[in-house]
Design a protein around this ligand. Structure first.
Ligand code: NAP
Ligand code: FE
Length: 369
């Protein structure tokens, strides 16, 4: 069904380009006088982002402390611990420097810091007494688009990936410098780029699609597709390719900030939780079928997509086959056991066409021997 109105709300201030962190000193200073910075492992420092932020904070006279060790698919407990540290430090704002996992953790830590005693149930309830602290994000991968979404994807205490989706966790300021992504190894570049492509494609065909999301998605695909094909088929990326991938990931984030994601993301979460498949690859296992299924349901959208981006099922299938790792092996009884999680699942139901649990089962049966 076509929506009658097209709406778009994305209140984060965003600045992208070479040297962007240093150029944002004024905006950063307006966030407060004390900052807790979240990072993952050594990449934040090695890619230059952490040093740039520390230098700029120092020049602005802002005191800071660094909370290291946020893991991929961030466990909610570590976000709560970071929030507690931020409160103890008297932080006025939280910064996240890293990939999507660190950016999402920073959003959750900002909620916890503003609400002393917050536990997992409180964070997910969204009934927060105080608004989250202001959030500053510096992305170092080119994939999630978390810089411009109101989403924090966390791992709950049962090991399930579960999101907090709330406009109060839009960043106050998101800064992107595509140079930071140059240190990403090939596999990380592939999995993050295909995550960004998934955002664009899932959003494009989503039942919630509108004027804005369609344009964001097609713009993102046009930026991502060629560099992704280049590296997938054995080429080396140059600085312009990296810039295109980073900018494409932001357009993907804008697209899903309108529509949310669809079944490749939600079913892919299971492969990450149970088998440790990196997030982008986990979605990509389902992406060609999503494209085929959606084109059948929405042939007009598929035709427009092909006309404006050159992307169709065949091209996508070839690309995805070139980059995916070996698939995990599932059993039918395991699949039957997990199927209930996709009953009346709102993300799955965003997908066009029929997506009942028998359809989801048919997707997962391809992973059996
Ligand atoms: P990630 O999970 O953040 O992992 C990043 C990994 O890459 C870390 O091991 C990190 O190393 C390394 N790394 C980061 N930047 C690097 C650089 N510039 N050079 C070299 N290595 C670098 O990866 P991601 O794909 O960006 O994020 C995925 C997460 O975001 C998932 O949890 C996913 O569900 C979520 N997500 C969120 C949204 C949203 O809207 N919020 C959308 C889609 C996905 P270190 O060990 O040094 O830290
Ligand atoms: Fe994603």
């Amino acid at each position: 069904m076509t929506n009658t109105y097209s709406s778009f709300y994305m209140p984060a201030r965003v600045r992208i380009g070479e040297g962007a962190v240093a150029s944002c000193a004024g905006e950063i200073a307006s966030l407060g006088r004390r900052c807790l910075i979240l990072t993952g492992g050594p990449s934040a420092k090695n890619c230059g982002a952490l040093g740039d932020l520390e230098r700029t904070l120092g020049e602005c006279g802002i005191s800071y402390s660094v909370f290291e060790g946020i893991k991929n698919n961030p466990p909610i407990e570590s976000c709560i611990a970071a929030g507690r540290d931020a409160a103890d430090f008297g932080a006025d704002f939280i910064a996240g420097v890293g990939g999507g996992s660190v950016l999402d953790a920073a959003k959750a830590a900002a909620i916890a810091a503003a609400n002393p005693g917050a536990d997992e149930a409180y964070l997910y309830s969204k009934k927060w007494e105080h608004s989250p602290l202001p959030i500053l994000l510096v992305g170092t991968t080119a994939g999630t688009g978390s810089e411009v979404t109101a989403v924090s994807v966390l791992t709950d205490s049962h090991g399930r990936k579960k999101s907090i989706n709330d406009p109060r966790i839009f960043a106050s300021l998101s800064i992107g410098d595509p140079h930071y992504t140059a240190s990403m190894p090939r596999t990380l570049t592939l999995t993050t780029a295909v995550d960004a492509l998934s955002h664009c494609l899932e959003s494009y065909f989503s039942r919630k699609g509108n004027l804005f999301s369609h344009d964001f998605a097609m713009r993102g695909i046009n930026l991502i597709l060629r560099p992704l094909e280049k590296i997938a088929f054995g080429g080396e990326l140059d600085a312009l390719d990296r810039t295109c991938l980073y900018e494409g990931s932001i357009f993907g984030g804008l697209a899903i900030s309108v529509t949310g994601t669809c079944f490749p993301h939600n079913v892919g979460y299971y492969l990450t939780e149970k088998y440790g498949v990196p997030h982008g690859f986990a979605c990509a296992f389902f992406l060609p079928e999503y494209c085929r299924h959606s084109a059948e349901a929405e042939p007009g959208l598929a035709e427009a997509l092909y006309r404006f981006t050159g992307l169709n099922y065949e091209r996508l299938e070839k690309l995805v086959c070139a980059i995916l790792p070996d698939a995990p092996i599932l059993t039918e009884s395991e699949i039957d056991g997990v199927l209930p999680r996709w009953e009346n699942n709102s993300t799955v139901n965003n997908s066009p066409g029929y997506v009942g649990t028998d359809y989801i089962k048919s997707l997962l049966m391809k992973f059996t021997n």
